[in-house]
Design a protein around this ligand. Structure first.
Ligand code: PHE
Length: 451
């Protein structure tokens, strides 16, 4: 590897920044919007149990391998695979990551747009808390007209602005402040959740698994959610790890990221489900769940308007720390492989996301009848990227790190841990070679009815 090439790339300033940025990527709408609705649709506790199992069995090892590949090569996804295996066509995996990340960015910006709109509406006193008993009309009004298009454009513009400022100034600074603030606010709402009349029922729904509810759909959904939430399978964490300082402890960073990410998801569940049951709503509402339930919660609080503004604003900002990480995959690819300037690379990636974003934004209104395989653009992008592309990308990454990467690289990497290093490497290899690929394949076969 060419040392100058690595030196000229951006590097996160500290170890804290490495954790803050990877947590910034992982924690976002996936935890607070997607996790509760997926759990609600897939029967609650059974889904949560499978999800946590997948985070541990597949998520952490794949996260480790992405961190490893990114940090030893100091390259974009495409370049990273090529540097470690110049023969073979492993780098083509980079394309899956780039396409999937732009698809995710498209629908994700629409949801981030809803959060921004909710925050602005709350600040202006126009989010109707008290009347929200009349049903979900409010969410529908806010999402079916032309407005989501405008908000999506604003989100992508904001995302582009941060990305143009670059890795350390833009991405790192935003994450360092936002992540701790969001965490504190979630804990405050979680404490408030204890006062809900059906707190017990909500928590039981979330945490008490009904084993008979574990169907192939639940398994696939939980695996997709684990990948989505940890930003895995498309090279996002690999790209971020390429900016790590050389002495960053990858193992610790991987475990801290997975733990914080999972706790934020569970906190979100503890906030949402007691309210769902207390207000007599259905946990199966799907993607609109959180946006319908939260106004009820805020209506119960003193100064609901302020809480609501603050919460949606933070959620919006948390989603921005994720959108920048999705964009960074294609930006680093365009810069390093296609020799574009950062500015040009950012604009190209934002333009593609904008085209996809408009399709998704319109799929709740004027284009709601345009469907492929029974799904609107929004649902299709989400399903294909999360349930197919991410696990496929994770499978390849795991096989690559387990079977293809030269042992000497791994040995050198693990040598810094001393005697413990050998054991850690053996355990990781068992996961990457056997457990992760087998689990991913079995779940796929199971979901298409072969098993
Ligand atoms: N992990 C992010 C979230 O939970 C979403 C994401 C997916 C970010 C893929 C980057 C890549 O919100």
């Amino acid at each position: 590897m060419n040392k100058d090439e690595i030196k000229s790339r951006a590097v996160f300033a500290s170890k804290f920044a490495a954790v803050a940025t990877t947590v910034g990527s992982a924690v976002g709408l996936g935890n607070i919007w997607r996790f509760p609705y997926e759990a609600g649709v897939h029967g609650g506790g059974a889904f949560v149990l499978c999800y946590i199992a997948f985070v541990l069995l597949i998520g952490v090892p794949v996260l480790y391998s992405e961190f490893f590949i990114g940090s030893v090569t100091g390259s974009n996804v495409f370049g990273a695979y090529r540097k470690l295996a110049p023969r073979g066509h492993w780098q083509l995996t980079g394309y899956i990551g780039i396409v999937a990340s732009l698809m995710i960015l498209s629908f994700y910006s629409v949801v981030a747009g809803w959060t921004l709109e909710y925050s602005v509406e709350s600040a202006l006193g126009q989010l109707d808390f008290i009347e929200s008993e009349v049903g979900d009309g409010q969410f529908v009004t806010l999402t079916t007209e032309w407005r989501p298009v405008v908000w999506t454009v604003i989100v992508l513009a904001f995302n582009t602005f941060i990305l143009l400022r670059g890795v350390t100034k833009g991405i790192e600074r935003a994450s360092n402040i936002l992540m701790p603030a969001l965490f504190l606010l979630l804990i405050a709402f979680c404490i408030n959740s204890f006062t809900m009349p059906k707190f017990g029922e909500g928590v039981r729904f979330l945490l008490e698994p009904d084993f008979s509810a574990i169907t192939p759909g639940v398994l696939l959904g939980a695996m997709g959610q684990a990948f989505f939430s940890l930003s895995l399978g498309l090279g996002c964490m690999m790209t971020y790890a390429s900016y790590f300082k050389k002495d960053t402890n990858i193992g610790k960073t991987a475990i801290t990221t997975a733990m914080l990410d999972t706790s934020v998801a569970v906190l979100a569940g503890i906030i949402i489900f007691p309210a769902v049951f207390s207000f007599g709503l259905s946990p199966q509402a799907g993607p609109t769940l959180v946006f319908e339930v939260l106004p009820y919660i805020f209506s119960q609080l003193h100064g609901g308007m302020v809480w609501s503004t603050l919460f949606f604003l933070l959620l919006f900002l948390a989603s921005i720390t994720s959108t920048v990480s999705m964009s960074e995959i294609s930006i680093s690819f365009f810069m390093e492989e296609k020799r574009m300037s950062r500015r040009r690379a950012t604009l190209v990636s934002s333009a593609i996301a904008l085209a996809g974003g408009l399709l998704c934004a319109l799929s709740f209104g004027p284009m709601s009848e345009v469907k492929l395989a029974g799904m609107t653009a929004f649902n299709l992008f989400d399903y294909v990227s999360s349930n197919i592309c991410l696990p496929v990308g994770g499978f390849i990454c795991s096989v690559f790190a387990g079977w293809v990467v030269r042992r000497s690289y791994l040995r050198e990497h693990f040598a810094v841990y001393g005697a413990k290093g050998r054991v850690m490497m053996c355990i990781l290899m068992v996961f990457l070679r056997w457990i992760c690929p087998a689990a991913i394949v079995l779940i796929f076969l199971n979901s298409i009815g072969v098993l």
